[in-house]
Design a protein around this ligand. Structure first.
Ligand SMILES: OC[C@H]1NNC[C@@H](O)[C@@H]1O
Length: 465
């Protein structure tokens, strides 16, 4: 089953507010994870070091010095985890492959034992009737490539395309949907600009070079995947609706958060206003003739990750937010909405706004919500996690997604982040996003109430009144 199969049947008559909501026939319900966040086995079966192995070992970078060395031990427990997904009725599973497992140095020799793991995982998924959706890169760049410049270097983009071809060569017969990158905004602006993610660099110029080479890697990988016969290719972007009273401030942040990725991938051009504003940090000389044609090659599906909206306003004297180069004088403000354990505003209507905007401004590409979910301070008591706030969060966002479909968005599926609690990057294991609770000492999995609720949503293909 491919994930962008045409959904048949119309939208049920949506009842306003909390009424019954039924999604189109064929709508795909899934869960999502990423390799470094769940696999563990960091030094097993030939896996090489990634920038996150290095970063998490750098004192002060990750909460309490947590690392992905063991994580959820998914590398060894994948059969039980897949069986657990099947029990929850999950129809599709979004996971990422660890480049350093497949090419320990990021180039050259392939590690067959790394590919063997994904072989086993994909066969287990198919054995349970669960459709795989793979992300080729979810931030665990081989350290050897970072040592040669990482995403600031054009070479990394070229090596990424080679890696994509290797991965497809082994698994292309069993994976229909291939997405190249997860959230290049995080890899570039958090990793090279603000330094709060691996590799921990704080150089805005490097961040813009990373933006370009990540996108070039995407385009080069799409060409390899197409040549190899991939059924569906795409990319996942973390996007947010930007609101505020000052149009220039909104345009500035919308440009850095959204349009600097959407425009190249879906229009084959960088937004002129972003290029001009960035000239104080870069001369864009890393862009070569023909690059934008490569980056803008058509894709079959756009993955959208949404968590929370962004609101900005002008504030005299406000220092730049290091995550948004050049944002002096722009304050990031939060409303009085409920907050998650990450401090993020809960605003389901932001999802409707985002999906309808993308559909309006970038028509013609089917959308999948590849991540949406929330961290709350879950408590396991008597073998149960009564995570009613997560249920409310998901209920609201599912309704918001349905409203976007009713407004014309071509939304094909929804992957809840995350299947299970896992390594939340700089927050380590302190933040729990899972539908399933993980006791890291025992590795015991406990489906939360939200997982049992989600099972009913999937069975019903919608929400009860
Ligand atoms: O912060 C929650 C998630 N956001 N998107 C990327 C994932 O790796 C994160 O865990």
């Amino acid at each position: 089953m491919t994930l962008s199969m045409g959904v048949s049947g119309g939208i049920s008559e949506e009842t306003a507010g909390t009424g019954e909501v039924i999604f189109p026939e064929g709508f795909v319900w899934g869960t999502a994870t990423a390799s470094y966040q769940i696999e563990g086995a960091a030094n097993e079966d030939g896996r090489g070091p990634s920038i996150w192995d290095t970063f998490s070992r750098t004192p002060g970078k990750v909460f309490a010095g947590h690392t992905g060395d063991v994580a959820c031990d998914h590398y060894h427990r994948y059969r039980d985890d897949v069986a657990m997904m099947a029990d929850l009725g999950v129809q599709a599973y979004r996971f990422s492959m660890a480049w350093p497992r497949i090419q320990p140095d990021g180039s050259g020799p392939v590690n067959p034992r790394g590919l063997d793991f994904y072989d086993r995982l994909v066969d287990e998924l198919h054995g349970h009737g669960i459709t795989p959706l793979v992300t080729l890169y979810h931030w665990d760049l081989p350290q050897a490539l970072e040592d040669r410049g990482g995403w600031t270097s054009r070479e990394t983009a070229e090596r990424f395309a080679e890696y994509a071809a290797v991965a497809y060569g082994r698994l292309g017969d069993r994976i229909a949907t291939w997405t190249t990158l997860n959230e290049p905004w995080c890899s570039s602006f958090l990793g090279y600009g603000a330094g709060v993610h691996a590799p921990g660099r704080t150089d805005p110029g490097a961040a813009f070079a990373a933006v370009h080479h990540l996108l070039l890697g995407h385009g080069l990988a799409v060409a390899e995947l197409r040549a190899a016969g991939a059924a569906q290719v795409g990319i996942t972007l973390n996007l947010a609706p930007i609101s505020g009273d000052d149009p220039e401030a909104v345009a500035h942040i919308d440009g850095l958060q959204n349009r600097i990725f959407l425009d190249p991938v879906l229009r084959g051009e960088y937004p002129a206003d972003v290029v001009e504003r960035a000239r104080r940090f870069t001369d864009w000389s890393f862009v070569r003739d023909g690059d934008l044609d490569i980056i803008g090659a058509p894709i079959d599906v756009l993955g959208v990750n949404y968590y929370s909206p962004t609101a900005v306003r002008l504030r005299a004297g406000q220092p730049a937010n290091p995550v948004h180069p050049g944002s002096e004088g722009i304050a990031f403000v939060q409303g009085d909405e409920e907050k998650t354990a990450m401090g993020w505003s809960v605003k389901p209507s932001g999802l409707t706004e985002l999906l309808t905007r993308v559909s309006r401004d970038y028509p013609g590409t089917p959308l999948i919500i590849t991540e949406n979910g929330a961290a709350f301070d879950d408590v396991l008591a008597d073998g149960r996690v009564a995570d009613e706030r997560r249920i409310a969060f998901l209920d609201g966002h599912f309704r918001a997604a349905h409203a976007a479909i009713a407004a014309g968005a071509d939304l094909r599926g929804y992957f809840v982040w995350s299947l299970m609690d896992n390594f939340e990057w700089a927050e380590g294991y302190a933040k729990r996003f899972g539908l399933v609770h993980v006791d890291y000492a025992s590795q015991r999995r406990t489906p939360k109430d939200s997982a049992l609720w989600y099972r009913e949503v999937i069975r019903r293909n919608g929400l009860q009144a």
